[in-house]
Design a protein around this ligand. Structure first.
Ligand code: OGA
Ligand code: ZN
Ligand code: ZN
Length: 389
Protein backbone atom coordinates (compact mmCIF):
# COMPACT_ATOMS: atom_id res chain seq x y z
CA UNK A 1 0.00 0.00 0.00
CA UNK A 2 1.23 3.49 -0.82
CA UNK A 3 1.85 5.53 2.31
CA UNK A 4 -0.52 8.51 2.27
CA UNK A 5 0.86 12.05 2.27
CA UNK A 6 -0.94 15.20 3.38
CA UNK A 7 -0.93 16.64 -0.15
CA UNK A 8 -1.50 15.66 -3.79
CA UNK A 9 2.17 15.58 -4.81
CA UNK A 10 3.96 12.42 -5.95
CA UNK A 11 7.15 11.86 -3.88
CA UNK A 12 10.03 9.53 -4.79
CA UNK A 13 10.14 6.15 -3.04
CA UNK A 14 13.93 6.22 -2.92
CA UNK A 15 16.02 6.78 -0.95
CA UNK A 16 14.09 4.74 1.58
CA UNK A 17 14.32 5.27 5.31
CA UNK A 18 16.74 2.70 6.72
CA UNK A 19 16.85 3.59 10.43
CA UNK A 20 14.78 5.43 13.03
CA UNK A 21 15.73 5.91 16.67
CA UNK A 22 13.75 7.68 19.38
CA UNK A 23 14.48 9.95 22.33
CA UNK A 24 11.79 11.20 24.69
CA UNK A 25 11.12 14.20 22.41
CA UNK A 26 12.02 13.35 18.86
CA UNK A 27 12.78 10.66 16.29
CA UNK A 28 16.00 10.62 14.30
CA UNK A 29 15.43 9.32 10.79
CA UNK A 30 18.19 8.12 8.44
CA UNK A 31 17.72 7.58 4.71
CA UNK A 32 19.60 5.07 2.56
CA UNK A 33 22.02 7.72 1.26
CA UNK A 34 23.15 8.56 4.80
CA UNK A 35 21.16 11.80 5.25
CA UNK A 36 19.55 12.02 8.67
CA UNK A 37 17.21 14.50 10.36
CA UNK A 38 15.34 14.80 13.64
CA UNK A 39 11.56 15.25 13.87
CA UNK A 40 9.81 16.23 17.09
CA UNK A 41 7.01 14.02 18.37
CA UNK A 42 4.61 16.97 18.36
CA UNK A 43 5.48 17.68 14.73
CA UNK A 44 5.10 14.07 13.66
CA UNK A 45 1.77 13.66 15.40
CA UNK A 46 0.56 16.89 13.80
CA UNK A 47 1.47 15.68 10.32
CA UNK A 48 -0.28 12.34 10.40
CA UNK A 49 -1.80 11.86 6.95
CA UNK A 50 -4.06 8.91 7.72
CA UNK A 51 -7.67 8.94 6.57
CA UNK A 52 -8.83 9.50 10.15
CA UNK A 53 -6.69 12.62 10.65
CA UNK A 54 -7.11 14.14 7.15
CA UNK A 55 -10.12 13.73 4.91
CA UNK A 56 -8.61 12.00 1.88
CA UNK A 57 -10.60 14.13 -0.59
CA UNK A 58 -9.82 17.50 0.95
CA UNK A 59 -6.47 16.78 2.63
CA UNK A 60 -7.69 19.03 5.42
CA UNK A 61 -7.45 18.17 9.12
CA UNK A 62 -10.24 16.75 11.24
CA UNK A 63 -8.21 16.70 14.49
CA UNK A 64 -6.66 19.31 16.77
CA UNK A 65 -2.98 19.55 17.50
CA UNK A 66 -1.61 17.77 20.57
CA UNK A 67 1.52 19.34 22.09
CA UNK A 68 1.85 16.42 24.56
CA UNK A 69 1.92 13.71 21.87
CA UNK A 70 4.43 10.96 22.59
CA UNK A 71 4.93 7.47 21.20
CA UNK A 72 3.57 4.54 23.19
CA UNK A 73 6.09 3.21 25.72
CA UNK A 74 6.43 -0.18 24.12
CA UNK A 75 6.65 1.21 20.61
CA UNK A 76 9.96 2.33 19.14
CA UNK A 77 9.62 4.06 15.76
CA UNK A 78 9.56 1.40 13.07
CA UNK A 79 10.78 1.42 9.50
CA UNK A 80 8.41 -0.44 7.24
CA UNK A 81 9.43 -2.65 4.34
CA UNK A 82 8.20 0.12 1.99
CA UNK A 83 10.82 2.48 3.45
CA UNK A 84 8.27 4.55 5.41
CA UNK A 85 8.45 5.54 9.09
CA UNK A 86 5.73 4.33 11.47
CA UNK A 87 5.04 5.70 14.94
CA UNK A 88 2.40 4.38 17.36
CA UNK A 89 1.19 7.00 19.83
CA UNK A 90 0.57 6.62 23.58
CA UNK A 91 -3.01 6.78 24.81
CA UNK A 92 -5.20 5.88 21.85
CA UNK A 93 -2.40 3.86 20.18
CA UNK A 94 -3.06 5.76 16.96
CA UNK A 95 -0.72 4.62 14.21
CA UNK A 96 0.91 7.17 11.90
CA UNK A 97 2.91 6.35 8.77
CA UNK A 98 5.18 8.86 7.04
CA UNK A 99 6.20 8.50 3.41
CA UNK A 100 9.99 8.58 3.09
CA UNK A 101 9.99 11.08 0.21
CA UNK A 102 7.45 13.37 1.86
CA UNK A 103 9.34 13.33 5.18
CA UNK A 104 12.61 14.14 3.43
CA UNK A 105 11.06 17.02 1.48
CA UNK A 106 9.70 18.50 4.71
CA UNK A 107 12.66 18.05 7.04
CA UNK A 108 13.47 21.12 9.11
CA UNK A 109 16.48 19.99 11.12
CA UNK A 110 19.45 22.29 10.46
CA UNK A 111 20.19 23.86 7.10
CA UNK A 112 17.01 22.73 5.36
CA UNK A 113 14.80 25.34 7.00
CA UNK A 114 14.02 28.78 5.54
CA UNK A 115 13.10 30.28 2.21
CA UNK A 116 15.59 30.48 -0.64
CA UNK A 117 17.18 33.92 -0.93
CA UNK A 118 16.36 35.35 -4.38
CA UNK A 119 19.25 35.92 -6.78
CA UNK A 120 19.12 39.61 -7.64
CA UNK A 121 20.26 41.27 -10.87
CA UNK A 122 21.43 44.62 -12.22
CA UNK A 123 22.17 46.36 -15.53
CA UNK A 124 25.26 44.22 -16.16
CA UNK A 125 23.47 40.86 -15.77
CA UNK A 126 23.55 39.13 -19.19
CA UNK A 127 20.44 38.17 -21.16
CA UNK A 128 17.99 40.36 -19.31
CA UNK A 129 15.10 40.07 -19.25
CA UNK A 130 14.76 36.29 -19.77
CA UNK A 131 12.66 36.09 -22.95
CA UNK A 132 10.17 33.43 -24.03
CA UNK A 133 7.85 32.74 -26.94
CA UNK A 134 4.40 34.07 -26.09
CA UNK A 135 2.51 31.85 -28.51
CA UNK A 136 4.14 28.75 -26.98
CA UNK A 137 3.30 29.92 -23.45
CA UNK A 138 -0.34 30.33 -24.48
CA UNK A 139 -0.74 26.73 -25.67
CA UNK A 140 1.97 24.58 -24.10
CA UNK A 141 2.36 23.74 -20.40
CA UNK A 142 6.09 22.99 -20.60
CA UNK A 143 6.71 26.42 -22.13
CA UNK A 144 4.44 27.90 -19.46
CA UNK A 145 6.47 26.24 -16.71
CA UNK A 146 9.80 27.47 -18.09
CA UNK A 147 8.51 31.03 -18.17
CA UNK A 148 7.02 30.85 -14.68
CA UNK A 149 10.22 29.57 -13.11
CA UNK A 150 12.00 32.66 -14.46
CA UNK A 151 9.18 34.91 -13.31
CA UNK A 152 9.45 33.43 -9.82
CA UNK A 153 13.24 33.52 -9.57
CA UNK A 154 14.33 36.54 -11.63
CA UNK A 155 11.10 38.45 -11.06
CA UNK A 156 11.30 40.05 -14.52
CA UNK A 157 10.54 38.35 -17.85
CA UNK A 158 9.52 39.10 -21.43
CA UNK A 159 7.27 37.23 -23.82
CA UNK A 160 7.59 37.90 -27.54
CA UNK A 161 4.85 37.57 -30.15
CA UNK A 162 1.84 37.75 -27.88
CA UNK A 163 -0.91 38.58 -30.40
CA UNK A 164 -1.39 42.36 -30.15
CA UNK A 165 -5.13 42.18 -29.62
CA UNK A 166 -6.90 43.95 -26.77
CA UNK A 167 -7.47 40.76 -24.75
CA UNK A 168 -3.96 39.34 -25.27
CA UNK A 169 -2.59 40.37 -21.90
CA UNK A 170 -5.56 38.81 -20.11
CA UNK A 171 -5.12 35.53 -21.99
CA UNK A 172 -1.51 35.35 -20.87
CA UNK A 173 -2.28 36.27 -17.25
CA UNK A 174 -5.08 33.70 -17.15
CA UNK A 175 -2.51 30.98 -17.89
CA UNK A 176 -1.38 31.58 -14.30
CA UNK A 177 -4.66 32.18 -12.50
CA UNK A 178 -7.27 34.78 -11.62
CA UNK A 179 -6.59 38.37 -12.68
CA UNK A 180 -6.62 40.94 -9.89
CA UNK A 181 -9.25 43.51 -10.69
CA UNK A 182 -8.85 47.08 -9.43
CA UNK A 183 -10.60 50.40 -9.90
CA UNK A 184 -8.61 50.66 -13.15
CA UNK A 185 -10.52 47.63 -14.45
CA UNK A 186 -9.67 44.00 -15.13
CA UNK A 187 -7.48 45.05 -18.07
CA UNK A 188 -6.36 48.64 -18.42
CA UNK A 189 -4.82 50.90 -21.04
CA UNK A 190 -1.56 52.81 -20.84
CA UNK A 191 -1.58 55.62 -23.38
CA UNK A 192 -1.52 59.34 -23.41
CA UNK A 193 -5.04 60.64 -22.77
CA UNK A 194 -6.54 64.12 -22.82
CA UNK A 195 -8.04 63.66 -19.34
CA UNK A 196 -5.74 61.24 -17.54
CA UNK A 197 -6.66 59.79 -14.13
CA UNK A 198 -3.04 58.81 -13.52
CA UNK A 199 0.35 60.15 -14.58
CA UNK A 200 0.83 56.82 -16.37
CA UNK A 201 -1.71 58.01 -18.97
CA UNK A 202 0.32 61.04 -20.04
CA UNK A 203 3.55 61.43 -22.07
CA UNK A 204 5.50 61.98 -18.87
CA UNK A 205 8.47 59.92 -17.82
CA UNK A 206 7.66 57.63 -14.89
CA UNK A 207 10.37 57.20 -12.26
CA UNK A 208 11.04 53.68 -10.94
CA UNK A 209 8.00 52.45 -9.07
CA UNK A 210 5.73 49.53 -8.27
CA UNK A 211 2.03 49.83 -9.08
CA UNK A 212 -0.63 50.28 -6.41
CA UNK A 213 1.67 50.82 -3.44
CA UNK A 214 -1.37 52.84 -2.34
CA UNK A 215 -3.25 49.61 -1.54
CA UNK A 216 -3.31 47.55 1.61
CA UNK A 217 -2.38 44.56 -0.53
CA UNK A 218 -0.24 45.50 -3.49
CA UNK A 219 -0.63 43.20 -6.52
CA UNK A 220 2.12 40.60 -6.70
CA UNK A 221 2.35 40.41 -10.49
CA UNK A 222 2.09 42.91 -13.29
CA UNK A 223 1.70 42.27 -17.02
CA UNK A 224 2.26 44.96 -19.67
CA UNK A 225 1.58 44.17 -23.31
CA UNK A 226 2.53 46.40 -26.21
CA UNK A 227 -0.28 46.68 -28.76
CA UNK A 228 1.40 49.40 -30.80
CA UNK A 229 4.46 51.61 -30.54
CA UNK A 230 5.25 54.14 -33.21
CA UNK A 231 6.08 56.99 -30.83
CA UNK A 232 9.62 58.10 -30.16
CA UNK A 233 10.87 57.70 -26.59
CA UNK A 234 9.04 55.75 -23.92
CA UNK A 235 11.87 53.29 -23.37
CA UNK A 236 11.21 51.04 -20.36
CA UNK A 237 13.50 51.01 -17.36
CA UNK A 238 13.48 48.08 -14.92
CA UNK A 239 15.37 47.77 -11.63
CA UNK A 240 15.51 44.90 -9.14
CA UNK A 241 14.09 46.44 -5.98
CA UNK A 242 15.59 43.65 -3.87
CA UNK A 243 19.02 44.71 -5.18
CA UNK A 244 18.20 48.32 -4.25
CA UNK A 245 17.32 47.14 -0.74
CA UNK A 246 20.52 45.10 -0.46
CA UNK A 247 22.63 48.11 -1.51
CA UNK A 248 20.88 50.31 1.04
CA UNK A 249 21.32 47.69 3.78
CA UNK A 250 25.05 47.44 3.06
CA UNK A 251 25.95 51.07 2.28
CA UNK A 252 23.33 53.12 4.11
CA UNK A 253 22.41 51.24 7.29
CA UNK A 254 20.89 54.26 9.01
CA UNK A 255 18.63 55.06 6.06
CA UNK A 256 17.84 51.36 5.72
CA UNK A 257 16.68 51.23 9.34
CA UNK A 258 14.29 54.10 8.63
CA UNK A 259 13.09 52.63 5.30
CA UNK A 260 12.24 49.31 6.95
CA UNK A 261 10.43 50.71 9.99
CA UNK A 262 8.88 54.12 9.26
CA UNK A 263 5.64 54.16 7.26
CA UNK A 264 5.46 56.34 4.17
CA UNK A 265 2.03 57.51 3.11
CA UNK A 266 0.83 57.05 -0.50
CA UNK A 267 -2.46 58.03 -2.09
CA UNK A 268 -4.33 57.32 -5.32
CA UNK A 269 -7.04 59.95 -5.64
CA UNK A 270 -9.61 60.42 -8.32
CA UNK A 271 -13.09 61.84 -8.70
CA UNK A 272 -14.71 58.61 -7.53
CA UNK A 273 -12.10 56.73 -5.57
CA UNK A 274 -9.68 57.58 -2.78
CA UNK A 275 -7.10 54.96 -1.82
CA UNK A 276 -4.49 55.58 0.87
CA UNK A 277 -2.04 53.38 2.65
CA UNK A 278 1.01 53.86 4.87
CA UNK A 279 3.71 51.24 5.11
CA UNK A 280 7.53 51.21 5.18
CA UNK A 281 8.90 51.22 1.61
CA UNK A 282 11.00 48.13 2.35
CA UNK A 283 8.85 45.52 4.04
CA UNK A 284 10.63 42.75 5.95
CA UNK A 285 9.29 39.29 6.73
CA UNK A 286 9.40 37.54 10.13
CA UNK A 287 13.01 36.47 9.50
CA UNK A 288 14.15 39.99 8.58
CA UNK A 289 14.45 39.21 4.86
CA UNK A 290 13.06 41.69 2.33
CA UNK A 291 9.52 40.61 1.45
CA UNK A 292 8.36 43.47 -0.73
CA UNK A 293 9.18 46.90 -2.06
CA UNK A 294 6.58 49.67 -1.83
CA UNK A 295 7.73 52.55 -3.94
CA UNK A 296 5.89 55.08 -6.08
CA UNK A 297 7.20 58.61 -5.92
CA UNK A 298 4.39 60.41 -7.71
CA UNK A 299 1.86 59.00 -5.25
CA UNK A 300 3.30 60.63 -2.16
CA UNK A 301 0.76 61.63 0.46
CA UNK A 302 1.28 63.78 3.55
CA UNK A 303 3.67 61.98 5.83
CA UNK A 304 2.26 61.10 9.23
CA UNK A 305 5.13 59.93 11.41
CA UNK A 306 6.33 61.20 14.78
CA UNK A 307 7.64 64.76 14.75
CA UNK A 308 11.22 63.66 15.40
CA UNK A 309 11.17 61.27 12.45
CA UNK A 310 10.02 63.54 9.63
CA UNK A 311 13.41 64.77 8.42
CA UNK A 312 14.95 61.32 8.80
CA UNK A 313 12.19 59.77 6.69
CA UNK A 314 12.58 62.35 3.92
CA UNK A 315 16.37 61.94 3.94
CA UNK A 316 16.07 58.15 3.74
CA UNK A 317 13.49 58.42 0.94
CA UNK A 318 15.76 60.73 -1.04
CA UNK A 319 18.58 58.22 -0.63
CA UNK A 320 16.36 55.37 -1.87
CA UNK A 321 15.25 57.54 -4.81
CA UNK A 322 18.88 58.07 -5.80
CA UNK A 323 19.77 54.37 -5.58
CA UNK A 324 16.64 53.34 -7.52
CA UNK A 325 17.61 55.82 -10.27
CA UNK A 326 21.15 54.47 -10.65
CA UNK A 327 21.87 53.70 -14.29
CA UNK A 328 24.09 50.72 -13.51
CA UNK A 329 21.13 48.96 -11.87
CA UNK A 330 18.70 49.43 -14.75
CA UNK A 331 17.77 47.10 -17.58
CA UNK A 332 16.36 49.11 -20.51
CA UNK A 333 13.63 47.81 -22.77
CA UNK A 334 12.54 49.08 -26.19
CA UNK A 335 8.88 48.24 -26.67
CA UNK A 336 7.73 46.46 -29.84
CA UNK A 337 4.19 45.43 -30.68
CA UNK A 338 3.62 41.91 -29.35
CA UNK A 339 6.08 42.23 -26.47
CA UNK A 340 4.72 41.46 -23.04
CA UNK A 341 6.65 42.17 -19.85
CA UNK A 342 5.64 40.19 -16.78
CA UNK A 343 7.22 41.02 -13.45
CA UNK A 344 6.94 40.74 -9.69
CA UNK A 345 5.20 43.96 -8.77
CA UNK A 346 6.25 43.62 -5.14
CA UNK A 347 9.92 43.39 -6.09
CA UNK A 348 10.68 44.99 -9.45
CA UNK A 349 10.67 48.75 -9.96
CA UNK A 350 9.54 49.77 -13.41
CA UNK A 351 9.54 53.10 -15.19
CA UNK A 352 9.80 54.71 -18.58
CA UNK A 353 11.31 57.67 -20.41
CA UNK A 354 9.11 60.45 -21.65
CA UNK A 355 7.65 59.94 -25.13
CA UNK A 356 6.17 62.03 -27.91
CA UNK A 357 2.56 61.07 -28.56
CA UNK A 358 2.20 63.76 -31.23
CA UNK A 359 4.56 61.87 -33.55
CA UNK A 360 3.11 58.36 -33.13
CA UNK A 361 1.06 56.12 -30.91
CA UNK A 362 2.25 54.25 -27.86
CA UNK A 363 -0.37 51.84 -26.55
CA UNK A 364 0.14 49.25 -23.82
CA UNK A 365 -2.50 47.11 -22.12
CA UNK A 366 -1.94 45.77 -18.66
CA UNK A 367 -3.34 43.73 -15.81
CA UNK A 368 -2.38 42.44 -12.39
CA UNK A 369 -2.11 39.04 -10.77
CA UNK A 370 -0.83 37.61 -7.52
CA UNK A 371 2.40 35.89 -6.52
CA UNK A 372 0.50 33.12 -4.76
CA UNK A 373 -1.26 32.22 -8.02
CA UNK A 374 2.12 31.88 -9.71
CA UNK A 375 3.38 29.60 -6.93
CA UNK A 376 0.21 27.54 -7.03
CA UNK A 377 0.32 27.14 -10.83
CA UNK A 378 3.96 26.08 -10.68
CA UNK A 379 3.21 23.47 -8.00
CA UNK A 380 0.41 22.08 -10.14
CA UNK A 381 2.65 21.94 -13.21
CA UNK A 382 5.31 20.17 -11.12
CA UNK A 383 2.72 17.75 -9.77
CA UNK A 384 1.92 16.81 -13.37
CA UNK A 385 5.61 16.21 -14.08
CA UNK A 386 6.15 14.26 -10.83
CA UNK A 387 3.32 11.88 -11.61
CA UNK A 388 4.63 11.38 -15.16
CA UNK A 389 1.62 12.82 -16.94
C1 OGA B 1 2.14 52.17 -15.53
C2 OGA B 1 3.49 52.10 -16.09
C3 OGA B 1 4.96 51.79 -17.95
C4 OGA B 1 5.09 52.26 -19.36
O1 OGA B 1 1.19 52.25 -16.30
O2 OGA B 1 2.01 52.10 -14.29
O3 OGA B 1 4.41 52.05 -15.32
O4 OGA B 1 6.08 51.87 -19.97
N1 OGA B 1 3.67 52.08 -17.42
O5 OGA B 1 4.26 53.02 -19.84
ZN1 ZN C 1 -3.79 9.76 11.87
ZN1 ZN D 1 3.58 51.33 -13.38
Amino acid sequence: MVTPTPDFVGYPETPAIVAATGTDRWVTVTWADGLSARFHHVWLRDNCACAECLLPLTKEQTFELDPAASPSLDGQPIVEATGALVVTWAGDRHRSAYHQGWLRAHRYDGAAVGARAPVTWDGSTPDMPPTFDGTAVLRDDDALREWLVALRDVGFTRLRDVPPRPGGVGEVAARIGPIRETNFGLLWDVRSEPEPVTNANTDLALPPHVDLCTREYQPGLQFLHCIRNTATGGRGRYVDGFRVAAILARDEPEHYAVLTTQPMARANRSRDSDYRWSVPPIVLDARGAVAEIRWGNWLRAPLAVEFDQVERVYAAAACMTAVAARDDLAVHVDWQAGDLLAFDNRRILHGRDTFDSAGGQRFLRGCYGEREELHSRLRILDRRIASGR
